[in-house]
Design a binder for this molecule. Sequence first.
Ligand code: SF4
Length: 327
Amino acid sequence: MSLNAVHILLTYRCTDACRHCFVFSGPHQMATFTQGRLHTVLDQLRRMPEVRWVYFEGGEPFLFHPMLVEAVSHATKLGLATAVVTNGYWITSERDVGLFLRPLVAAGLKRLQLSVDDVHKYRRLEHMRDQLLAQCSNHRLTLQFLGVDLPEPNAEPLEAREGRYVTSGEIMFRGRAALTLTPDQALWDWESFDECPHELLHAPMRVHIDPHGYVHICQGIVIGNVDGEPIDAVMEGYDPDAHPVVGPLLRGGPAALVQEYELDHEEGYADACHLCYMARSQLLERFPEQLGPPAVYGLREPKRRRRQDQPKPKPAPKANDEPATPG
Ligand code: SF4
């Protein structure tokens, strides 16, 4: 077992709906971890000593700051190193930065990863960067910048421009990016995408767990649910070759997914993830347990169905409603 990091998608909610978001996050998304589920998942990780790091991300995890602080504290008590990935919407002044960071540092946070690139809205981070670096340094908190290069002609690569990015590189066309950023891209023969170039699908070093409890091996590809069995059992039971989506991907990449299920396809795609995501979107109804949740594919979450024996709830009276007077 090579798993050494678990990424908790604390919420699908976000301040923004970035064009390249893998999981279709945005202000309209509601799904968020409960405190109880968070504690349960973190406690389960105690049975997996190979897992050293827990990342809290989303969506935008700072939107649920009290829960984030509590989760970092709980993970730290369990001996896990913690990191938070954020778009930095909360970095508005030196004072506010302290207000948000101090409780997290006191809870044991080790690493702060900040998405700063041309896709993210919060460009004012540029002005706060030195103050932020100083505060993180004072708190002995490692600050790292993440970025993706926009697929636009003549765009200067981030690394050349900034020199401080720990992760930068070409965008991957999955999630919202597969729909919004591909129309102007150069396309390559679909059959050329005969392997997954990014994820270690056979022996993953990381997985994502979302607010519904789904365990994702790549965003939108589900290998279990921590509501049904603990994460260590999910990983123990993971049989990549037998998984109806991972199996074909291992045998021949996204092209094999199309071939094995005889899916509709265009002649060209922007990258392997683009073909993979569009192919998977056609398989949602066939494999609802292995592909989801619907929101990650840009679909609405199904409404919770009322049980037949439950009466329809009456609307709460408005504050200024007069009680009915007998006539
Ligand atoms: S090819 Fe598919 S499984 Fe591999 S990284 Fe891209 S979207 Fe994920």
